[in-house]
Design a protein around this ligand. Structure first.
Ligand SMILES: Nc1ncnc2c1ncn2[C@@H]1O[C@H](COP(=O)(O)OP(=O)(O)OP(=O)(O)O)[C@@H](O)[C@H]1O
Length: 267
């Protein structure tokens, strides 16, 4: 079963900007997919079709094999958890715990169940001690974690993360990576937009490269990051270790520190 399917999706904003120009691909259940590309490539516009914020101008979007057209945003919310790039578009409550509980309560969980899911999610993102804090008293990177916890608490089969590592320190990036791995281990589908190619290479099964509303490359990280022509067209740089190996003239193209060390030791 596919978690998500885009079929020749086109989308124009009322201003006339054509942000998507015929996007087609399918995401199998349980896959970790990274979508990369320059600012303005259409990544956010594309994923906003998954929770019904946008409907395609033409083409179709399917979530769990059912078209999103005509489905209520509330119904899609049970399938797709969406963590916005800017947490301030998402957070609205006056305490962290109330914000994180809102999603599960809205999905029909009891107060006890919502509280326990919310506390577990806050522990996952390292904010259990801030449950009673006003979100505006937290830093931007902490508010991003609150928004992530709110979506994790909903336990949706599909999780969409829009630039989850932006603004996070090394510990924050490791936490987000751990969340991606844990979701995948639990059989959930993860779709992340990212500008961090090291993060994409290390933690995702597949990379889709977008530019000007189109998909230019699509495949496993080692294949996509080796497609120099598509990356140049999309103005995307491969991960650092990949570039270093290429500069050294190695035949290997390692994506992780461990892969780099293996390649070094084989020489
Ligand atoms: N609300 C809007 N009204 C009009 N045009 C918009 C709107 N939002 C985005 N666009 C335009 O649609 C195109 C795609 O933008 P989008 O935000 O989807 O790209 P992106 O790849 O997610 O970029 P970023 O990495 O900056 O988030 C761009 O040309 C952008 O200027």
């Amino acid at each position: 079963m596919s978690a998500v399917r885009f079929e020749n999706v086109r989308f124009s904003y009322p201003s006339g900007v054509e942000a998507l120009r015929g996007v087609s691909f399918e995401v199998p259940t349980g896959q970790r997919l990274a979508i990369v590309g320059q600012n303005g490539a259409g990544k956010t516009t594309l994923v906003r079709h998954l929770n019904g914020i946008f409907q395609p101008t033409s083409g179709s979007v399917y979530v769990a094999d059912a078209a999103t057209t005509g489905r209520a945003i509330a119904e899609l919310a049970a399938s797709v958890g969406y963590v916005f790039q800017n947490p301030d578009e998402q957070i609205f409550a006056s305490t962290v715990i109330a914000d994180v509980e809102f999603g599960p309560r809205n999905l029909g969980c009891s107060a006890d169940e919502a509280r326990s899911r919310a506390m577990a999610s806050l522990a996952t993102v390292g904010l259990a001690a801030e449950a009673d804090t006003h979100p505006l008293h937290l830093s931007l990177s902490e508010r991003k974690r609150v928004a992530l916890a709110g979506v994790l608490a909903m336990q949706t089969p599909i999780v969409v993360l829009d630039e989850p590592t932006t603004g996070q320190d090394a510990g924050g990036v490791a936490m987000v990576a751990g969340v991606v791995e844990a979701l995948a281990s639990a059989g959930r589908t993860v779709i992340a937009i990212t500008h961090d190619m090291d993060f994409a290479a290390e933690h995702f099964d597949r990379v889709v490269v977008m530019a000007k509303g189109e998909v230019l490359a699509d495949g496993p990280p080692v294949v996509v990051f080796g497609d120099a022509e598509a990356l140049a067209r999309a103005a995307v740089e491969p991960p650092q270790l990949f570039r270093l190996a290429a500069h050294l003239g190695w035949p290997d193209r390692p994506l992780t520190v461990e892969g780099f060390v293996d390649a070094f030791e084989r020489r």
